[in-house]
Write a new protein. Structure first.
Length: 276
């Protein structure tokens, strides 16, 4: 039985060095797909490099509400921004979550998708979201699903079909509410998505031993996604995010010869979201 495996790197466009690292993880390792942060200033150049250097790398959109600045004017999306008109960090967004207008999020997300389409000339291979923010409320999740239907593309499904009661990677305070609303919305929209999602290859768990364990124990006859965050590190990245130097560690693991051999020596087919 063959497993189809997507190895998706989040945060393409977060910095030029992160993007360069993701391309390297594709050409020299097992990364097959990435999602782009369309609200960062270097993303157009980074996408041009991806189209030229890595034509087989899947390119989706990483819907953003919790990093950088919005594409729309702050006056049009007042429930999404801080006093300075930026998105702010995750804790800030969570603190005002009950006041967030999902329709404002949908408008901003559509602007991010449309920017991707203008730059690349094609629709994204899939949608996912920074910090999984599209799953934070039923309203936000419905908006993401509506956009996925509108653009006819799959989504990252952090609630796997094989374990529908266990959302993966969310702030713990939100897990119970997601268990309540997500299954009905997934049944209503029936989006294309992998069967299994792994979010554990991260920070202290971003080790070769853990990645080899994931690869070894992938479920038979399923489509799985392993999320990752490789990249090269520069001073701007270190100043702008707590997850900076760890990206170089992930890059080394994802391009390690033993990891590459482990994938290719098993009945695993590496795919991008476009194959769903």
């Amino acid at each position: 039985m063959t497993v189809r495996l997507i190895v998706n790197s989040d945060d393409y466009g977060r910095s030029s060095e992160v993007s360069r690292g993701i391309r390297h993880a594709h050409t020299h390792g097992i990364v097959t797909s990435t999602t782009c942060m369309m609200n960062f200033p270097n993303v157009a150049d980074d996408l041009a490099a991806a189209l030229a250097e890595t034509p087989d790398l899947g390119l989706g959109v990483h819907l953003v509400l919790t990093s950088g600045r919005p594409l729309l004017p702050a006056a049009e999306i007042p429930t999404l921004v801080d006093a300075d008109g930026g998105f702010g960090r995750l804790d800030s967004f969570l603190g005002r979550l009950t006041a967030v207008d999902p329709q404002q999020a949908k408008a901003e997300w559509r602007a991010q998708i449309e920017k991707f389409v203008r730059i690349t000339g094609r629709k994204p291979t899939h949608l996912d979201s920074h910090h999984h923010s599209s799953y934070f409320t039923a309203g936000l999740f419905r908006c993401m699903l509506e956009l996925a239907r509108e653009y006819n593309c799959p989504i990252r499904r952090i609630i796997a079909r094989t374990d529908a009661d266990q959302p993966v990677g969310l702030p713990s305070a939100l897990a119970n509410s997601v268990r309540d609303f997500a299954p009905a919305l997934l049944a209503e929209f029936a989006p294309r998505s992998p069967d299994v999602f792994y979010a554990t290859f991260y920070d202290e768990w971003a080790t070769k031993a853990h990645l080899l364990d994931l690869i070894t124990h992938l479920p038979a006859s399923a489509t799985a996604e392993i999320m990752c965050h490789p990249g090269y590190v520069d001073a701007d990245l270190i100043a702008g995010t707590v997850y900076a130097r760890q990206r170089a560690v992930e890059l080394a693991v994802l391009t390690d010869a033993e990891v590459v051999t482990a994938v290719h020596s098993r009945p695993i087919t590496l795919i991008a979201y476009s194959a769903l």
